[in-house]
Design a binder for this molecule. Structure first.
Ligand code: PEP
Ligand code: MG
Length: 578
């Protein structure tokens, strides 16, 4: 049986299930022993909570990192808040025992955080629930599951992976993690990645299907869990696991290195993210900056678009996390296959060719200005935010966006609010028209980023999501390769930096072409950062040049891809530089 969930942390784990069912926190049998006695019990419980949390935070700081420890210290700080404590004491005054008081107030806060639109604030709801569970366990003297001594090959199956569970976790004997809740940016995902454990999240009712001792295979890279695998499947996955470990051991050495090719030419290697939390994971994974922050995710699954304050917080948080490294934030890229119910978008005959991305935003200056103001303000502190325009197809769009940006600056100036006066604005090259007029666009902006996902689709007139035209949708199509080469050359001639943030930037067969043509920046998914750095390091400029010439001589995508993949295989055999 195969269960599917969110691929949250790469790697393969084989083992037997250890189901973490909720401990019994029922306090209905606890009598009310009077105001003073209950308050004293509450105080003692809170003090014990603070002591244990400080010890756990110290341990996690040492074993995992400061950011992860902050999740725990944040809980302790919340509980130390006199207002929260006063609310609990008020409940005790009203006749609640210490457990009921703690439960009531924590549940109220968790509900409050869960209801807000901001992703980071919503995450605090999980923290408060964790805090409630631990405080109740302390007050009731209930045993927390001891994860410090596990049998070898334990696969943890839990409703959610909480920060407190991971402290003292017997990592050596943990094969993998799977949970019923959580997304890519949830704390569970961040912690699993930080611990380097394979994880698949959001498998509905996993605890109903899986029992203690069941055999499991967790494929964290593909978001799949195999329940009761047979011997053949197990040995196949053991083989894949070995290959993964060998590859990872090799790649770990690239984490703190600069991104250089075999001639020592330097590149910038950034990550593509969809939230500030993901930026943290990217930094941890060795990214040198954020090359694409997709802001449209903030507009999805909600009733109203995020306001200036919410956007400002999210962008500033990402900028702070990246501590001086560039953070390229793409303005709202809705339309096509990216729907946002909170926005008024008319149904169109051809949505991919319709009023989407920059076109949509320019048609709604009031909505767009909210984002531009938030970006300008968020850049005031670190001056490391860059704005990027999606789906540009003509110079007028860049000028119109700049005019709106100038109008926002004038407003902020008049309001005497701090903002980044020199914020650089770049253009995504995703349409054939933008590629053809790259020379003209380069005079209007500070940088280019090539979005191959869309550039392929529009150049080949082949829907990126339609399997029937998959043969046409290829970065190796001669037209696409020429478009990329032309854009890089135009940027070089104008003296502006050029990056690539489409998925092709992480393809080992495309990398030598980008080296040959002079790309400055690669921006890839967090999981591909180290493999991209390793791949870049294998190429010498002259070898890449030769290969690029050969690839461009091919008149078909299959021909170009064939010669590139064959050359990559040969380069793989070479030892990585010391
Ligand atoms: C692209 O089109 O290459 C790109 C990076 O943007 P998205 O995938 O978000 O459309
Ligand atoms: Mg795109």
């Amino acid at each position: 049986m195969i269960l599917r969930g969110i691929a949250a942390s790469d790697g393969i784990g084989l083992g037997r299930a250890v189901c973490l069912r909720e401990i019994n926190l029922d306090y209905s049998h606890i009598p009310y022993s009077g105001r003073e006695a209950e308050k004293a019990r509450l105080q003692a419980g809170i003090a014990a909570f603070a002591r244990r949390t400080a010890a756990m935070a110290a341990e996690i700081r040492e074993r995992v990192g400061e950011k992860e420890a902050e999740i725990l210290t944040g809980q302790a700080a919340m509980l130390a808040d006199p207002y929260m404590r006063a609310q609990m004491e008020e409940a005790i005054e009203g006749g609640a025992c210490a457990e009921a008081a703690a439960d009531g107030v924590c549940t109220m806060y968790a509900g409050m955080f869960a209801g807000v639109a901001d992703e980071a604030m919503r995450q605090r709801s999980a923290d408060v629930r964790d805090m409630r569970r631990r405080l109740l366990a302390i007050l009731l003297g209930a045993e927390e599951p001891d994860l410090s001594q596990l049998a070898s090959g334990s696969v943890l199956v839990a409703r959610d992976l909480t920060p407190s569970m991971t402290v003292g976790l017997d990592k050596e004997n943990t094969a993998a993690i799977l949970t019923e809740t959580g997304g890519w940016t949830s704390h569970s995902a961040i912690l699993a990645r930080a611990l380097g454990l394979p994880a698949v999240l959001s498998i509905p009712k996993a605890l109903a299907f899986i029992k203690d001792g069941d055999r499991l295979i967790v494929d964290g890279g593909n978001g799949a869990v195999i329940l009761h695998p047979d011997e053949g499947t197990r040995s196949e996955y053991r083989r894949r696991q070995e290959a993964f470990h060998a590859q990872r051991a090799l790649l770990a050495g690239y984490r703190d290195r600069p991104t250089v090719d075999a001639d020592g030419r330097r590149y910038r290697l950034c990550a593509n993210v969809g939230s500030a939390a993901e930026a943290r994971a990217a930094l941890h994974a060795g990214a040198e900056g954020i090359g694409l922050f997709r802001t449209e995710f903030m507009f999805m699954n909600r009733a109203n678009p995020p306001g200036e304050a919410e956007q400002y917080e999210a962008y500033r948080e990402a900028a702070r996390i990246m501590a001086g490294r560039d953070v390229v934030i793409r303005t709202l890229d809705v339309g096509g296959d990216k729907a946002a119910a909170c926005l008024d978008m008319e149904a169109e005959e051809n949505p991919f060719l319709g009023c989407r991305a920059i076109r949509y935003c320019l048609a709604r200056p009031e909505l767009y200005k909210v984002q531009l103001r938030a970006l300008l303000r968020a850049g005031a502190e670190g001056k490391n935010i860059r704005i990027m325009l999606p789906m540009v197809s003509c110079v007028e769009e860049v000028r119109a966006a700049r005019a709106l940006l100038d109008a926002c600056k004038a407003e902020l100036e008049a309001e005497q609010r701090p903002y980044d006066k020199d914020m650089v604005m770049g253009v995504m090259i995703e349409t054939p028209s933008a590629a053809l007029i790259a020379g003209l666009l380069a005079k209007e902006c500070g940088f280019f980023s090539i979005g191959t996902n869309d550039l392929i689709q529009y150049t080949m007139a082949a829907d990126r999501g339609n399997a029937q035209v998959e043969n046409l949708y290829s970065v190796f199509q001669p037209a696409v390769l020429r478009a990329i080469r032309h854009v890089i050359a135009a940027a070089k001639e104008a003296g502006i930096p050029v990056g690539m943030c489409g998925e092709a930037a992480a393809d080992p067969a495309v990398i030598p072409l980008l080296i040959a043509w002079g790309l400055d920046e690669f921006s890839v998914s967090t999981a591909s950062v180290l493999s991209t750095r390793a791949c870049v390091s294998r190429w010498q400029g002259c070898e890449a040049d030769k290969l690029a010439r050969k690839a461009l001589e091919q008149s078909t995508a299959a021909g170009a891809e064939g010669c590139l993949r064959a050359a990559v295989e040969t380069s793989r055999g070479q030892a990585p530089p010391a």
